[in-house]
Design a protein around this ligand. Structure first.
Ligand code: GAL
Length: 664
């Protein structure tokens, strides 16, 4: 990405007439919009009948945007095939787990494994690439939108079998390897021919967890193959233009293996819609941003979509209070985003999302939202020099789609334990401690981190387990939560006591799980509490930091610490209350020699540093209702005022300081 921070959003001129286009031009200029994502859902406008293209309106849009100085992120419209496609190729429509074939009338309705879909998608991507290869407005390709539709049809089944053949083709007979990996001796599931193998479609009771896990892996790969097909065709026409696709970060919905996908895009782009209008929104932003940055290996990334105002909060659409859009947006930028883009530029007047927030609301220019958008555009220009700089972290949390998928298995002793909750809980504790962290795959390069959290790392491959052991032995600090290291990469339980993959690293042995009913808790010897989970745990060399004080587990260790060669590993066997969690995290940070960017700040004042080209910038975000004072020296870019040793930050305010270093 070049040219400062990218600011703008999805632009859908095909929904409007010429007068509105003229107004768009004026308002984009006023708001200092420099980027428009065009064409995301335009398939039926570009190819109204099979093989007949109408590029006129798109030519005019790109020309107009270019003449106004707005760069174009050009999308391929393949997330929403037109009705003619459905009727011509009904077999390319997705089939649910229950066997229902879906119809057009919404969006994202296609099967990525269906040959007809794949070739139609490739054709329109190639047509767009040929047409706009030399267009001066074209700054980036945006393939598809939020890959995520899962299908269980016969095309999917056949592609699944091909994928399985490749995965299990090692021994003499791949099918034996599959039977072994899927544990098909249980419930008479043994396969005697490949044709018998199906996706995990709706069945009488619990599906086979190893099969379900493999289907998750396969489908991520299948969608990735669809992405690659378009990307490679586009790259042949425009090798110099970066290509991306937008990952949807949405609650417990996880279809893509983000590590594998991030290796295939030129820049990681995420769509992030806050899950709460409340104070935790700041942590939510940090959580999305830290993942995006980590997936891209620390490079600047893109916020491709956020909402301009209303935020879906437990099913209600709540608005963000005045001023928060600037703070929230700079929250993403602080953690490495080089863009602030929205869905969408102008609120639609028809369709399923007419009441979705937009940069230009239904009320038009004369509105609080547009005024804030214009203010944001100005602010982003003022801090534009930070583009390209990066964020460093020496603490990391493990992130692994395999663990997420495996932990969704219905056969676990508690349905209340969710992967995302566990990871978020550790990330939130670090946020409260003022520590910026990365995410890392268990088999990734752990060596740069002083402290690593394994949060519900339920599935650990042999390589992952070795990697964590080597990390601790080499002097690393590791905090492991319950339900980590339980199964191997085939979803088979590691025997001999939990957590099989990490028992000796942690110096403990767990004989039994004691999940806790929701709404109940368990007292610890420290006076603190645990919820959700507890375990019958014995120390095998680890020091006991807290024991259970209640019920059948009274006297059993609850939190332990073990030394292994040069490193230290903590184990936390319950969901600690916030106080206890912050205490343990504080202890681990101190032992690891890691800490916040600026120590001693009041809770809720967030500080992150970006660095690059020998300079550094401090982002300070005051999420509290009280003014804060920060020890900073430099130039505050939003106001243009110098900060000489002290920076006053009013409630709700944000500052970006180009730091002056002693002697610099
Ligand atoms: C995104 C999607 C957009 C829009 C938005 C609404 O997931 O990419 O097209 O639907 O959600 O929040």
């Amino acid at each position: 990405m070049t040219g400062g921070l990218w600011f703008g959003g999805d632009y859908n001129p095909e929904q409007w007439d010429k007068e509105i286009w003229a107004e768009d031009d004026a308002l984009m200029r006023e708001a200092r919009v420099n980027t428009a994502t065009v064409g995301v859902f335009s398939w039926s406008a570009i190819e109204p009948a099979e093989g007949r293209y109408e590029f006129g309106w798109l030519d005019a849009t790109l020309d107009r945007l270019h003449s106004r100085g707005v760069r174009v992120v050009l999308a391929t419209p393949t997330a929403s095939p037109p009705p003619w496609f459905t009727l011509a190729y009904p077999d390319a429509m997705p089939v649910t787990r229950e066997g229902t074939r879906l119809w057009h009338g919404s969006r994202d309705t296609y099967c990525a494994a269906a040959p007809a879909y794949r070739s139609a998608a490739l054709r329109i991507a190639e047509a767009l690439a040929r047409r706009y290869a030399g267009h001066p407005a074209l700054a980036m390709w945006h393939i598809h939108n939020e890959y995520g539709t899962v299908c269980w049809c016969d095309h999917a089944a056949s592609a699944f079998r091909d994928w399985l053949r490749r995965r299990y083709s090692r021994g003499e007979n791949g099918l034996d390897a599959l039977n072994e990996a899927w544990g098909t001796a249980f419930w008479s599931q043994r396969y005697s021919a490949w044709e018998q193998v199906l996706p995990p479609r709706a069945t009488q009771w619990r599906p086979n967890p190893s099969q379900t896990l493999d289907y998750g892996r396969f489908w991520s790969d299948e969608l990735l193959a669809a992405f690659r097909q378009q990307r490679d065709a586009i790259r042949r026409q425009t090798p110099q233009i970066p290509v991306t696709t937008n990952f949807m970060l949405s609650g417990h919905y996880q279809v893509l293996d983000s590590w594998a996908w991030s290796r295939e895009v030129d820049v990681v782009a995420i769509d992030h819609y806050l899950g709460t209008a409340g104070a935790d929104g700041a942590i939510d932003i940090a959580f999305g941003s830290d993942r995006a940055r980590s997936w891209g290996g620390g490079r600047p990334w893109m916020l491709m979509e956020q909402a301009a105002s209303l935020v879906s909060d437990s099913g209600l659409m709540l608005h963000r209070e005045p001023g928060r859009m600037l703070r929230d947006s700079l929250g993403y930028v602080a953690r490495g985003s080089d863009s602030v883009l929205f869905f969408q530029w102008r609120a639609s007047r028809a369709g399923a999302e007419s009441f979705h927030a937009a940069m230009v609301p239904h009320a038009g220019r004369d509105s609080r939202i547009f005024a804030e958008i214009a203010g944001l555009g100005q602010a982003l220009e003022r801090v534009g020099e930070i583009a390209g700089s990066t964020v460093r972290a020496d603490v990391a949390v493990l992130w692994d789609a395999d663990s997420w998928w495996a932990l969704e298995d219905k056969g676990l002793p508690s349905a209340d334990v969710r992967y995302l909750d566990a990871v978020r809980a550790d990330h939130a504790a670090l946020w409260r401690a003022g520590v910026v962290c990365d995410f890392i795959h268990p088999e990734g390069d752990l060596s740069g981190y002083r402290l690593i959290f394994a949060s519900a790392a339920y599935l650990l491959s042999d390589e992952g387990a070795w990697s964590l052991r080597g990390y601790v032995e080499g002097g690393g600090h590791l905090v492991v939560s319950f339900l980590s290291g339980i199964v191997d990469s085939s979803h088979h339980v590691r025997l001999g006591g939990y957590p099989g993959a990490l028992r000796d690293v942690l110096g403990i042995r767990v004989e039994e799980f004691h999940p806790l009913r929701s709404g109940t808790g368990i007292r610890l010897s420290t006076g603190e509490r645990g919820t959700l989970w507890s375990e019958y745990l014995r120390s095998e060399g680890a020091q006991v930091l807290a024991a259970y004080a209640d019920g059948p587990l009274a006297g059993c260790p609850a939190v332990t610490r073990n030394s292994l060669r040069d490193g230290t590993a903590w184990y936390v066997s319950t969901r600690l209350d916030e106080h206890a969690q912050d205490r343990i995290v504080g202890e681990a940070l101190a032992a690891a020699g890691a800490g916040p960017v600026l120590p001693g700040l009041p809770p809720g004042v967030e500080v992150v540093r970006r660095e690059g080209g020998g300079r550094s910038w401090l982002f300070a975000l005051n999420h509290t209702g009280e003014p804060a004072v920060l020890p900073v020296t430099g130039l505050e870019l939003l106001s243009g005022r110098p900060a000489t040793g002290q920076l006053e930050l009013p409630p709700g305010a944000v500052a970006v300081v180009r730091e002056h270093h002693a002697g610099g």
